[in-house]
Design a protein around this ligand. Sequence first.
Ligand SMILES: Cc1ncc(COP(=O)(O)O)c(C=O)c1O
Length: 432
Amino acid sequence: MTDVSLRVFDSVLDMLSNEENPTPMVRLNRVVPFKHTAVYAKLEWYNPFGAVKDRIAANLVRDALERGVKLENLVEPTSGNTGMGLAMIANASKLNFTATLSLAIPAEKRAALRVFGAKLVELADDLCPMPGAPEGAMQKANDLSQQPGWHQLNQYKNPANPDAHFRTTGPEVWRQTGGKVTHFVAGLGTCGTITGTGRFLKSKNKGVKVLGVHPADGHDIPGVRSLKALKLTDFFLPAEYDGVVEIGNAEAYRFCKRINQEESIIAGPSSGMALAGALKLVPDEPGAVCVVIFPDNVFKYTSSIRKHLPELFPAEAGAAAQAQPAADDVIEPVETVKRVRGGAVLLDVRTPEEFVGGHIAEAVNVPLQALQAGVTAGLPADKKAAIVAICGVGKRSLAASQILKGLGYADAKSSRGGMNAWVSEGQPMRIR
Ligand SMILES: Cc1ncc(COP(=O)(O)O)c(C=O)c1O
């Protein structure tokens, strides 16, 4: 029988947090420079599927079922955490779940989604896709949801997103602080967390300051959105907040490291961002009690950590420097044609679905993901062979050319502009 006080649960779904079964809050004692203000981190990876998004995944599905929506195939554009929550809720509810997402999402999250049973449609989006991008994750989810039997819960527009936090996160914070919370700080993604929790806390005490933290444009902090990219969520409502601040990559990752090393808390990069923002926005004054949401833990982000905290990987620093693309690693489509005529192997590194949708006759399909996973099938045995990689727009092929060099293929190039440039320049679909 479920007994929260004993931490015994009849079902994994009973572990989802709520006022009686809250995620822990722990006071930060070393990274906070304040004399007076007490700063608590709320550790959201204690939710059963590992992140703050478990709350909305459960509430979006509950709400849809209560409204009588027939759920069979769920589809959602997701940077990972909502997808992971939905994948597991879908398993528990015998539904199918498809996530549309950017290939820029860390490989760890994509691997977790697969092992959780989600079907993945991966696209060459930026980390923060903008609406209207014709091949973007959002458009793809919209398209798929038009099929009979398919449904998109739409975390960017569905009021059940902030409502999840109004029902759970807000009451938890209120109760855990004994009503003493004065400042609430959250990173901004869909803005369900800040808006729902903020509304609840202000309904209890109008004086609670609700504060948001967002990354800079072109950032590399998974889960959150820059000010520009926040336009696409219905729940970014700055008029309801008391302040918003921008934090850059470097500061976010520096704080992530400090939280781990000085507080022994296994927080991920966006927790570093949120805390860095909190320390800018929250005053140091007697009686102040600040709660900062730490959305998930660091284990999903080892590839991002490698990139942004290279000092932690001194042995790899030399190799990384060698892996920087050289100026002549990217070649023009006409040069690709010449090389292939001269016997170079043409590797199309897009997904099999994209490849089937149209490719150059001589191309061999070796998806970038396969290369990233260490698969070498389809590559020439001779390391001296000339290879040209091609993809949709030239981003994945550049990454592939660098992996190939790392594997010892010294003559690996990337075709500039990918199939987009190829087609618009009228290059031949059969070269030889
Ligand atoms: C990993 C992750 N997911 C989600 C969010 C944002 O939550 P929301 O979508 O409720 O704004 C954050 C915010 O920091 C985050 O770091």
